[in-house]
Design a binder for this molecule. Structure first.
Ligand SMILES: [Cu+2]
Length: 325
């Protein structure tokens, strides 16, 4: 007689909560706006992985925090209740359940992220070096391993390079990047241009060869979703295709000294015509005739242009001490 009042079955409530949590998590995963705009062909690969992690994170947050809030209200101390709570000694099935689910999530995310890394050319960085006059890299496998680990001949390149599809053709544009305390210097081997900013044409396959002059740095293009360590005496690589014209930040992402925070520059993505114009203007400016003027300058004078651009006039002499242009 006491149970005559009709109630909603617990399974139905669980089902509604499950659907709501899933829907909210998927919506937030697609609309989180936590990342800056996408400016490279590689960016969507990284963002899709990130958004899936946000979906899973949101669902976990809602379930865990929801359970805590529900428990706080439902099992709160009521006036006059001096009894002990129920002794709980464990629940084997529940423990299996909450161990297995995170294990599947972590393994799944691991496999997915390796796939993204592979698609961005992380496993085949040196695969296209033969196109640029270097000796072809012979890759050997270590006993017991099933992947290429060591390149014979001492030429090992790390970074994000050409994936299997891009690897068969050389990059459209190659730029050598030197990182030093506290500036980036970009050298264009094809035209001889030296610049404190990175200029690239839109839609072109760009390859960066990175190397540090002094200590460890990291070359980070947040809008392109690529980042690579820059190491003294060891070349690393990045390869990307820009998809949007504009000016975007270049950030050093490795604590490299007292002015690390000021080690910034810019990447300018041009339309093909604008890039051609920049190329011509700078090829003229740095033509052999002007070299004499350049040669009469001291290192500090030559670098003043760069340091001024970065708003770091105070570190000019430091940079000069580390540069051997
Ligand atoms: Cu740095």
């Amino acid at each position: 007689m006491a149970n005559e009042k009709e109630t909603i079955p617990g399974t139905l409530i669980t089902l509604v909560i499950g659907i709501t949590v899933t829907a909210v998590s998927i919506w937030y995963g697609q609309n989180n706006n936590l990342l800056p705009e996408q400016v490279s062909q590689q960016a969507p690969l990284v963002d899709d992985l990130f958004n899936i992690m946000v979906v899973i994170g949101t669902a976990l947050f809602l379930v865990v925090e929801g359970a805590i809030v529900f428990t706080l209200i439902k099992f709160r101390h009521r006036p006059g209740d001096e009894t002990d709570s129920q002794p709980v000694t464990g629940n084997f099935s529940l423990e299996i359940f909450w161990t297995a689910i995170p294990a599947f999530i972590v393994i799944g995310l691991g496999i997915y992220s390796v796939q993204v890394y592979n698609q961005m050319g992380g496993f085949d960085t040196g695969g296209n070096m033969a196109h640029h006059g270097h000796a072809p890299v012979q890759v050997a496998s270590l006993p017991g391993s099933n992947g290429p680990l060591l390149a014979q001949g001492g030429d090992i390149t790390y970074g994000l390079g050409a994936n299997a599809e891009m690897g068969v053709r050389p990059a459209d544009l190659t730029v050598d990047v030197a990182g030093m305390q506290y500036a980036w210097i970009f050298t264009y081997p094809d035209s001889g241009i030296i610049s404190g900013e990175l200029h690239v044409p839109i839609g072109q396959d760009v390859k960066l060869n990175l190397e540090a002059k002094d200590v460890l740095h990291a070359f980070w293009l947040p809008q392109f979703r690529i980042k690579q360590d820059v190491i003294p005496g060891q070349q690393t690589q990045l390869r990307f295709v820009a998809t949007k014209t504009g000016t975007y930040p270049i950030v050093c992402a490795e604590l490299c000294g007292s002015y690390h925070g000021g080690m910034r520059s810019q990447i300018i993505v041009h339309s093909p015509e604008d890039y051609q114009a920049w190329l011509e203007a700078n090829t003229v400016a740095q033509a052999p005739g002007s070299e004499q003027t350049l040669a009469t300058l001291t290192d500090s004078d030559r670098l003043a242009a760069f340091t001024h651009e970065f708003g770091m006039d105070h570190v000019g002499p430091t940079i000069a001490a580390h540069t051997h242009l």
